[in-house]
Design a protein around this ligand. Structure first.
Ligand code: SAM
Length: 233
């Protein structure tokens, strides 16, 4: 009898945990439809390590505190979200693809942090910024360039406004010759020259900058991007 009780309680706990991570605090009314390219990306990425420049940036900040709030924009399968949770942040994780969060819950041990995790299915462009708290940190790993050019600046402005003075941005922007993407994708994306990317960080003290230009996984392509870590003035 005791065994059956324990088994039932455990099963209930597992079900509740899974429900919590699939019940998003906000879902855009018309989010973009399921995208086969992102789906394939999530599958391929699930067991990869977190993005190196995000981990390096987090190690440099060392602002571990249960009271710090971080926003993970374009969280994907949640490698970086997990890093934030493990460092004690309360995390708001945003992705336009609901499937991303299905993969995220497969991250080892992530469910133990679910009390500190708020998930939002939304594009960056339609994110209800006014309903979000001011944050200590925004991370965006290979994410913000997936906005159309006309949407980029207004959305970036709202992102910057969300960061508290003294808070950080860690993320990357793509150079115009980041050649991995076919034209049909590029027309929905934003690319920046180095000077343009630098200008985005105008209100920040730049505490880390790296220009990366490496061969892409598709033969003949280059992944050329700028990584920034900025501290908001
Ligand atoms: C290249 S993946 C990066 C995922 C993760 N940050 C990483 O570094 O592995 C880009 C992510 O941004 C999401 N995304 C793309 N465009 C978006 C948009 N306009 N608004 C919100 N999320 C978007 C995709 O669904 C995907 O999860």
């Amino acid at each position: 009898m005791a065994f059956i009780h324990k088994l039932t309680t455990t099963l209930l706990a597992i079900i509740v945990s899974f429900l919590l991570l699939t019940t998003h605090s906000y879902a855009q009314s018309n989010p973009p439809p399921k995208n086969k390219y992102w789906e394939a990306y999530f599958k391929a990425k699930l067991r990869d390590p977190p993005t190196g420049f995000i981990v390096d940036g987090l190690n440099a900040i060392q602002q571990n505190s249960p009271n710090k709030i971080a926003l993970d924009l374009g969280c994907g399968v949640g490698h970086e979200t997990l890093q934030l949770l493990q460092r004690g942040y309360q995390v708001v994780a945003v992705d336009s693809q609901a499937e991303a969060f299905e993969y995220m819950k497969q991250q080892p041990n992530i469910l133990q942090y679910q009390g500190n995790l708020r998930t939002i299915v939304s594009t960056f462009e339609k994110l209800p910024f006014s309903e979000l708290p001011q944050v200590d940190l925004v991370i965006a790993s290979f994410a913000l360039p997936f906005m159309k050019t006309q949407d980029f600046n207004p959305t970036w402005q709202k992102i910057v406004e969300k960061i508290k003075p003294g808070g950080y941005f860690i993320g990357n922007f793509f150079a115009p010759d980041f050649s991995f993407f076919a034209e049909k994708f590029r027309s929905h994306m934003t690319f920046h020259s180095k000077a343009e990317a630098m200008a985005l960080l105008n209100g920040f003290e730049i505490v880390g900058f790296q220009e990366v230009n490496v061969p892409g996984t598709k033969p003949g392509t280059m992944n050329h991007y700028y990584v920034f870590m900025g501290k908001k003035r």
